[in-house]
Write a protein that binds this ligand. Structure first.
Ligand SMILES: [Fe+2]
Length: 239
């Protein structure tokens, strides 16, 4: 418990410094489709990722008013769909490794890194500024890049403990995995209350997206949120 407090204290200081520098977070997200906060402090000797550490990391992100405002400005009636632990598969290939969008319109995913060591072989790759591409058929999600997209800047988003990666899954992205290594993240997912009502995408309805969900009741008890953040989450229909 002491160890978790110490580590998240470091991350908290660092994250607040990042966020203060990035007031126009929404502008960045609109323009590029993603934002990444790299944790420059070397946090070592974190032996176990327990619910205490996870709750503290989630609290830091949810308590951030810039992030709250960004989500509210970006998503029409945002809803927090789920918080889960995501472990990348130990494979070289899955359909997620092909360029795709998630077929559910604008949806924000926030990954909070949990690995002490930066794993260079497992990452999310994105086509910068592809978040406002419109897709006429949301049932066809796997894409062959257009010539323009081939020329667009590709970003490899590696994250480790304390890094925060925010992106719109409407942008073109893919997962790069490894048979030998895994990437562990906390994933928070925000989409519009209207998702599924006006957009016929099916990716978001796959059964396997329910796996590794963090227990809502346990998590709620552990989260240390200020009133504004609690109201924000209530507004997001999660609690
Ligand atoms: Fe995806």
């Amino acid at each position: 418990m002491r160890k978790a407090n110490f580590i998240s204290g470091l991350i908290k200081n660092l994250t607040i410094r990042f966020f203060n520098k990035l007031e126009p977070l929404n502008g960045l997200l609109q323009k590029k489709g993603y934002v990444i906060f790299k944790n420059k402090i070397n946090i070592s000797k974190c032996k176990s990722i327990d619910l205490n550490l996870i709750s503290e990391l989630v609290s830091i992100v949810i308590n951030n008013h810039t992030i709250q405002k960004t989500i509210k400005d970006y998503i029409c009636f945002p809803r927090l769909d789920q918080i889960r632990l995501l472990k990348s598969p130990r494979v070289k290939y899955t359909p997620q490794c092909e360029w795709h969008h998630d077929s559910v319109g604008h949806r924000i995913k926030i990954y909070i890194g949990l690995d002490e060591i930066l794993n260079k072989n497992v990452y999310t790759e994105i086509v910068e500024s592809s978040n406002f591409n419109s897709y006429f058929d949301y049932n066809i999600t796997r894409l062959v890049l257009t010539e323009e997209e081939h020329l667009s800047k590709k970003i490899k988003c590696n994250i480790k403990l304390g890094d925060v990666f925010i992106f719109d899954t409407n942008m073109i992205h893919r997962g790069v995995y490894s048979k030998d290594e895994v990437r562990n993240v906390i994933e928070l997912e925000f989409s519009s209350f209207f998702r599924g009502k006006i957009i016929p995408g099916k990716v978001g309805y796959k059964k396997n997206r329910e796996r590794n969900l963090l227990d809502k009741r346990e998590l709620t008890e552990k989260l240390i949120l200020d009133k504004r953040s609690r109201d924000f989450l209530k507004h997001c229909f999660f609690f």
